[in-house]
Each structure stands twice: as structure tokens, then as C-alpha cells.
Ligand binder design. Sequence first.
Ligand SMILES: C[S@@+](CC[C@H](N)C(=O)[O-])C[C@H]1O[C@@H](n2cnc3c(N)ncnc32)[C@H](O)[C@@H]1O
Length: 205
Amino acid sequence: MKIRESGMPEAALWHTFFDPETILNAMELTGDVRDAVEFGCGYGTFAIPAAKRIRGTLHCFGIDPAMIEISKRFAKQEDVRNVSLCIRDFMVHGTGLKKASVDYVMLFNILHAEDPMRLLREANRILAPGGHLAVIHWNCDPRTPRGPPMEMRPLPEKCRQWIEEAGLAIEKALIDLPPYHYGILARADREIPFHICQKQKAKRE
Ligand SMILES: C[S@@+](CC[C@H](N)C(=O)[O-])C[C@H]1O[C@@H](n2cnc3c(N)ncnc32)[C@H](O)[C@@H]1O
């Protein structure tokens, strides 16, 4: 099931909204990372530069065959070979990756999904202890040139709440990614903080 408002403008226009290298630096994606994942890679805007940085494989999942094809062409053009671009509905099937098998997960411009917890729980499941979750999203500012409708855009505090509920620990609560985005960095921490356990327990009761 395609996430609401996950359509994109033409690749050339989309690429003008970001400086992927600056964003990946701010989101601390370094050569220490072995395998990584991007949920919903679009045109490969971040996936291809990210794959160049890491030591292992970047697993990318997307529901739209045309976008996967464009990402494949982008990878070829950049001679990037450590990227796996897979057509898969992760809302229905998850990633299919092994538990605790990757070091870094990218949820970029996607947490306005109907069910963000499904994405975050899957991210937490596949992350190895100490691995990182990187979230970026459009600022909640109606002047941004794109992005989901304002009523769907998650505020950073909402994202942090979901991230913690999924069992991850917030490491950097707010990273400014001018001109249009913010970021949050979290760590897969099997030791869930006490107050989160209490919250989760209260929800179950
Ligand atoms: C707004 S775009 C973000 C693309 C990329 N992360 C970026 O920031 O450049 C959302 C992406 O998620 C993909 N997508 C939406 N729903 C999906 C689903 N259920 N399973 C897999 N991919 C999905 C869309 O096809 C698109 O590639």
C-alpha cells in the first residue's frame, strides 16, 4: 500500500530541494557503517551518495518500479555497485531483512505515512544494537516548495515520541537541515529507558 502523499515531482526538480552530501554529513553517515537501508528511495537522491560512503550494501526498497529503474540508472551512471534496489511494499511485507542485521536506517521524507509506527518498528527490528536510525522530514512551514499537506507533516516532537515508542533512544533531538528540512538521529538500544517501558506498558493495559 503506497504511503499517502508519497508521489514526487520530476527528479531534476526534487534534486534541487536538498544537498544530499551536507545532509548525510549532518546525519552522521560515515564509512564506519557496514550495511544500511533506505525505506522508499525515490530517485536515489540520498541512496546513491549514501552507498558511496558505506563499507557494505545499501538495501533500498520502493513500491514504484519506474523510480527503482531511475535509481538503478543513477547507480550505474555513478558506478555504484553496493546498492540493492528492490521493488517491495514495506508497509505490507516489511524489509525481509534479518533481525539486528544493519548498522544504519534512513527514513527520509516518509514519516507522514498513515502508520509510521510500522516503519519505525521494522527499522528497530533490523538495526543491530548501537546502529542508527536517521529521520529527515520537511519543516512544518507552509512556505516550503514541496512536502505533504501541513496537516500530515509530523512535527519533530511527534517523530521523537514515535521513535521512542518503537524502542529507540534519541541521540540528536533536532538537526537543522536548511533550507527546508529537519533531522533526528536515534540509536537502536535494546535497553529501553524506564519511562518508555512505562508508557508502552500503560498503552497495553
Ligand atoms: C516522498 S518519496 C521519498 C524518497 C526519498 N526517501 C527521498 O527523500 O528522496 C517516498 C518514496 O516511498 C515510496 N513508497 C511509498 N509507499 C511505499 C511502500 N508502501 N513500500 C515501498 N515504497 C513506498 C515511494 O514510491 C517513494 O519512492
